[in-house]
Design a protein around this ligand. Sequence first.
Ligand code: RIB
Ligand code: CA
Length: 320
Amino acid sequence: MSSSSPRKIIIDTDPGIDDAMAIIYALASPELDVIGLTTVFGNAHVETCTTNAFYILDVAGRSDIPVAQGAGRPLAMDFRGPATFVHGNNGLADISMPPQSRRPHQLDAAHFIIEQVLAAPGEITLVPIGPLTNIALAMLLCPELPKHLAGMVIMGGNAFCPGNASPAAEANIINDPEAADIVFGADCPIVMCGLDVTERTVMTSEQIGFIATLDNPRARLAAQILPHYRDFHIARGKNDGIHVHDSTCISYMLAPQHYTTVAHPIRVDCGDGVGRGKTWPSLRHLMPGGPWTDRRPVTILTQVDSAAVVALELQRLTVD
Ligand code: RIB
Ligand code: CA
């Protein structure tokens, strides 16, 4: 593979308004080659997420990209239920979509990931932007999977700030802490794009208004769904705009210079107490035999040049 080849990625996703944004951003970026989408429960039930994934690809003119459906529930608990209050009843701001007749890939998400990665060892980066159930299942089915990955760039977790789904935990992680703990233990390069930066990356109402002036199908979809997401943020007393969660993975892959990072191994709280789902970096020396021992350091994003990465995403939306 030449150094100028686009980076092959599989986006594991629960679309989801901000998932849709990340997918269309990736599809508009020649540095990236989206070789598949895999779906997971989260913002909506998995079947709805799969329908939405097809629709997003259709809008982007990329119906050639396969969609493999994955887990409908977490590994070790019941699904907490769709985030209708954030993303609408259909996961995409309740916009109307034509009926979808396409069928998902014959392999489920975990097997699809394994097949693709083993067919291109060292070339594929996984970009999980939903609960980490599919990735954990793929690792359980194929323990050698991480060593064949180029790496993972994950939206999830909160290292040095509060959670958004509980005081302790971020939404993707609390939706399946057991899976997340498996995935953060993978022996491959991992980047954690957590709330530490995503809640400091803000696309303003004015910028959403700018998107509405653009005349291409991806921008029209964004302009349709983003006001719903913005209204949720305003109702929660946040900024007059949106936090940019899932697109952060794409921005980091395109422009890592806009981020500051630290590296620490991570464990996920899988207990039943108030800390469930918290991503804990080990900041001090590791006690031999302790919970963080033998875990590879994860690259944790800690600071962001919000204006620069939002400008980049907007610029990619202007391209036909
Ligand atoms: O906490 C943000 C994450 O959870 C994003 O992936 C978003 O889609 C949400 O549900
Ligand atoms: Ca998501």
